[in-house]
Design a protein around this ligand. Sequence first.
Ligand code: GAL
Length: 674
Amino acid sequence: MTLPPDAPGPSVPHLLLGVCDYPEQVPQDRWAPYARQQRELGLSFVRIAEFAWSRMEPHPGEYDWAWLDEAVETYAAQGLRVVLCTPTATPPAWLVRAHPEILPVDDQGRVREFGSRRHYDFASPVYREHSRRITRAIAERYGGHPAVVGWQTDNEFGCHATSRSYGGASAAAFPGWLEKRYGSLEALNAAWGNAFWSMEYAAWDQLAPPILTVTEANPAHALDYARFCSAMIAEFQAEQVAILRECSPGRFVTHNFMIFESGFDHYEVSRGLDFATWDNYPLGMLEFFAPPGYEAQKLEYARTGHPDLVAFNHDLYRGLLAGVPGRLGRGGPGTPTGPWVMEQQCGQVNWAPYNPLPADGAVALWTAQAWAHGNDVVSYFRWRAATAAQEILHSGLLRHDETPDRGHAEVAALNLEGFPAGEVPARVALLHDYESLWIYDLQPHSAGLNYWAQTLAYYSALRALGADVDVLHADADLSGYAVVVAPAITLMTPERAARWTAAVEAGARLVCGPRTAFRTVSGGTPEGGQFGPLAGLLGARLAQFDSLRPGLETRVAGPGGEYEAFAWAESYRPEAGTAVTHRYVGGPLDGQAAALCRPGGQGEGVVIGAHSPALIAEVLRGVLGRAGVDTTDLPPGLRLSRRAGRTLLQNWTAGPLTWNGIQVPPVSFQVRPD
Ligand code: GAL
């Protein structure tokens, strides 16, 4: 593929920076000075126009490109490279009024109205047509412009709970999707177990979205609705990607995903992209998205965000397009760069319950961490704070009065050559799967836990031991990994079990958390109960599971000591050849197996049944040691991340920390050769 002149090639030498800018929101006489200042700050990219449909097409079919032509030329004149967006996150008023049927419906059956953003139903054939039309129009206009180096589709699929519409076009399309999936109503009724509570369907048009039911809807029904909505997003995006590829050859196509967004299968939706990008708001994330278990840390990390929550999202999005070994996060040969942080917090946000200012040093620390976790570009949100509408209270690199804000100085001081490109050398894979997330969270069974909380307990334990981690799909190629951790992969298929078994045969050490392999692809329990096709590998069956309300903790004892477990405890009936490494102490599970280890082939299968950070840390330390992966005990708030033969040492706390004799001042980082 031929890249536009001066575009970053596959060998981006080091981290590059960008910014999100909104020429349509400021007077035109500000464009040239802003572009000049952006270049002077050392920025290379500017992302524009993701919400500008009403300016691109003020009236049906009447395009106005003059302003966007001028804006693109203004950035180009300063040598900035432009990432253009399809503006489909914000259908204009004329379109909504002419076609109210494009509007989405919430989970209470109410239509979500015009007046903010993301007000459309992914399944709407009318909206799909307009999405293709505006995509083609902008792609034909700018697809060959030398300053335009890439495209972002839409903006943050799923933001504001918009991945699922529960009426209108989606409700109309759902039965047809089910008919394709199951072929017959007999098959659907059997898969969903609809004999239970007389839920059987006798005609396709009897099927509806799973809302407003008297008590919980059948989880199998809800699971398929999640799949259906995800498929609609994937189709919606694929239509745009195809047009962009046709009209803008040689440019990359990406999408900016969100923090812990759970409403669609990101692996499915990102399939046609060159690389993934995501929007990193560490403070808002801690306040707004942190799963159970982070309450106590919200104050401690209020001005930096939690290192592991941010790191997890970096690793997740780097691994989204994994599949080509050694090219994590890259779409394939010729991909210009990737992955990126498309929107990076650089001051306070406006959308969390509390929106503190970041600590001095936090913007630089977030940028360095993004580099160490594999990102080639960090693009700040936004250039100048908005002076009108919903986001007035949100900061930018410039204040409302156009003077540089706090983050600006930290960006100006970055030494980009100190952040060279290169691979993240992870020997540990942590497995993730949106279908497991959906079925787990449909029936959490313990208010103190959910899929992300359980997954993060394992991820954090690995980070506290100093391990670098690739987050991969549960069906990814596992060759080359010394340790594979499956914290909450509750949905099991025979193919998945076979792949994991082969990885263990070949030498991987597999660690599974509670509820692993407890559900089938249609949400039932596997033949033979928990573990199903994994029972041979793990050498055990489920005995009991216990849901623990706060105050009802249980204890687990093993070689390293005795630990408290909370929220969830399950016990096992081991077979001959399976070692019980930990047992419950007291309570209804007293004396029963809480953790197991079974050798298999060149590797081993390990199961941890109790939710206990101390137990998880002890077991992982042992497994990493046996696998020959170096570990270290990091103090809370100090983290290591490795890339390109260097180690980034980070202090995320308000006090100095020491590791291996190295002092790291508060909210700061050091890049050291390995
Ligand atoms: C993101 C979004 C941006 C802006 C930002 C504010 O979720 O993509 O458009 O709203 O949040 O933090």
